[in-house]
Design a protein around this ligand. Structure first.
Ligand code: AP5
Length: 215
């Protein structure tokens, strides 16, 4: 399937994307994961992105569009893709529409995961993530702790708290989301592709997506 997953930080985009990849082999493409991998590797991209990310700001559109133009054409994306964290601004959405038209790719839906702010704040302060950039399994100290504290169940790497998970950065990310990303729901509403799911259950979100796309 070919989906865009929209939603505030902590709405569960990454969690839902990982559940969907197990259904039909579609690949999760998370711009956040790509950027965190670049920061860890100390690449040029990572050096440019780190300051924005730690502060809870968006990385400039040009950097993201360069990454995505290449990533969408990699062989593993041919089977299907779940865009997690992209597009994030109206210019990114317009550029994506152009990219997909050029590649003759049609989206199945744009899913807006709608979760109340108090739930989001609680989730983000309790989230932990596998530090191995090839794994990045998501945990939660309350709802899904690793079997051995601080160790990833899947790959054995340390499980850490992200650098942008300070109280200040979380609050800035939510403000940035409201200002720059929330308007994308209106953009995709007009194209008739929007599916809004208001639920705090990732199983319910996945069920609504399967019903919509017939998977
Ligand atoms: P990014 O990594 O995309 O972060 P985000 O949008 O802030 O999203 P999150 O990963 O925080 O949340 P999520 O919705 O995936 O939630 P998750 O499933 O993990 O971006 C990071 C930064 O990179 C940005 O701030 C920006 O600087 C930059 N960036 C990235 N893309 C960019 C772009 N396109 N343009 C410009 N800059 C860009 O869930 C969260 C927690 O909740 C977990 O602990 C999980 O276990 C728990 N949880 C999830 N679902 C449930 C549930 N149903 N019940 C209970 N707990 C749940």
């Amino acid at each position: 399937m070919r989906l865009i997953l929209l939603g505030a930080p902590g709405a569960g985009k990454g969690t839902v994307a990982k559940m969907l990849t197990e259904l039909d082999g579609s690949v999760q493409i998370s711009t956040g994961d790509i950027l965190r991998g670049a920061v860890k590797a100390g690449s040029d991209l990572g050096k440019k992105a780190k300051g924005y990310m730690d502060a809870g700001d968006l990385v400039p559109d040009e950097l993201i569009l360069d990454i995505m133009a290449t990533r969408l054409q990699e062989p593993d994306a041919a089977k299907g893709f779940l865009l997690d964290g992209f597009p994030r601004t109206i210019p990114q959405a317009e550029a994506l529409t152009e990219m997909l038209n050029k590649l003759s790719i049609k989206l199945d839906a744009v899913v807006n995961i709608d979760v109340p702010r108090d739930v989001i704040l609680d989730r983000l302060t309790t989230r932990r993530t596998c530090s191995n950039s090839a794994c990045q399994e998501i945990y939660n100290v309350k709802t899904k702790p690793p079997k051995v504290e601080g160790v990833c169940d899947k790959c054995g790497s340390p499980v850490i708290q992200r650098d942008d998970e300070t109280k200040e950065a979380i609050s800035k990310r939510l403000d940035t989301y409201n200002e720059k990303t929330a308007p994308l729901a209106g953009y995709y509403e007009k194209t008739g592709q929007l599916l809004t799911v208001s639920s705090t259950s990732s199983d319910e979100v996945v069920a609504a997506i399967r019903e919509r796309v017939g998977a």
